[in-house]
Write a protein that binds this ligand. Structure first.
Ligand SMILES: CC(=O)[C@@H](O)[C@H](O)COP(=O)(O)O
Ligand SMILES: NCC(=O)COP(=O)(O)O
Length: 237
């Protein structure tokens, strides 16, 4: 079964554009869960341009499905995650000024750092996931870090799929197979959408979770959030 985790960063972006509390991020998280989402994802960034650190705390008692917090484990982020103790932390090697996530970890080069961080999160009962490009060496490297899961960075797949290049799924399928063999759980995210999610799901063995935000929120402007969540759930069956 593949769980749908809704990334609500864009709801915070909309709220922040006026400085008030509309739309309310916590209410939105409650509603997507009511509509069937099996998780809520946030990715607070150091400049807090969308999700704020305070949101992460406010959401803690309202996310009763899987709570996934993504980000680069700088000290402030790490302390916050250790206090909140979400279901899962997804480590992403974002530059401070990155517009959005644009690469996975070099799990070989940063092995010692990842081992240390992952140990700390796991000792605190938090499941870990490491954001990686679809590269077999990086999956092997991820195994060495002790992480529970990987998150496959799907931007390249989504882009190629939109151009009609369905072969782009191949490195992702190979990485998922290797991860399954190595006992690593497989998550995926970035630019997944109603257009590409079914194809992706059908070709990725053992896909445990997808986190989807940008497209899902954009699609819901036309189709409505309850309907869109249901549409994803049907495509993920
Ligand atoms: C790791 C990942 O792919 C997502 O978390 C994505 O980066 C969303 O972040 P933004 O909403 O800041 O683009
Ligand atoms: N981990 C990926 C995520 O949370 C959402 O990415 P996107 O759908 O906003 O590109």
């Amino acid at each position: 079964m593949t769980k749908l985790s809704v990334n609500i960063n864009k709801i915070a972006t909309l709220r922040n554009s006026r400085g008030g509390d509309m739309p309310n991020v916590v209410q939105f998280a409650k509603d997507v869960q009511k509509f069937g989402a099996e998780g809520v994802t946030i990715h607070p960034r150091p400049d807090e341009r969308h999700i704020r650190y305070q949101d992460a705390y406010d959401l803690k008692s309202e996310v009763y499905t899987e709570y996934n917090i993504e980000g680069n484990p700088i000290e402030k982020f790490t302390n916050m995650v250790l206090e909140i103790k979400p279901t899962q932390v997804t480590l992403v090697p974002d530059a401070v000024d990155a517009i959005t996530s644009n690469a996975g970890w070099d799990t070989i080069k940063h092995k010692d750092f990842l081992v240390e961080m992952i140990q700390e999160f796991k000792q605190n009962g938090i499941r870990t996931s490491v954001f990686v490009d679809p590269d077999l060496k990086q999956i092997e490297g991820a195994k060495e870090t002790g992480t529970d899961r990987i998150e496959l960075y799907t931007e390249a797949f989504a882009h190629q799929y939109s151009l009609g290049n369905h072969e782009a799924i191949k490195p992702y399928a190979a990485c998922a197979e290797l991860a399954n063999e190595l006992g690593l759980g497989v998550n995926a995210g970035h630019d997944l959408s109603l257009d590409n999610i079914q194809f992706f799901k059908q070709h990725i063995p053992g896909l445990l979770e997808v986190s989807i935000g940008h497209a899902l929120i954009s699609e819901s402007l036309y189709l409505g959030i309850e309907n869109v969540v249901q549409m994803y759930l049907r495509k993920l069956k």
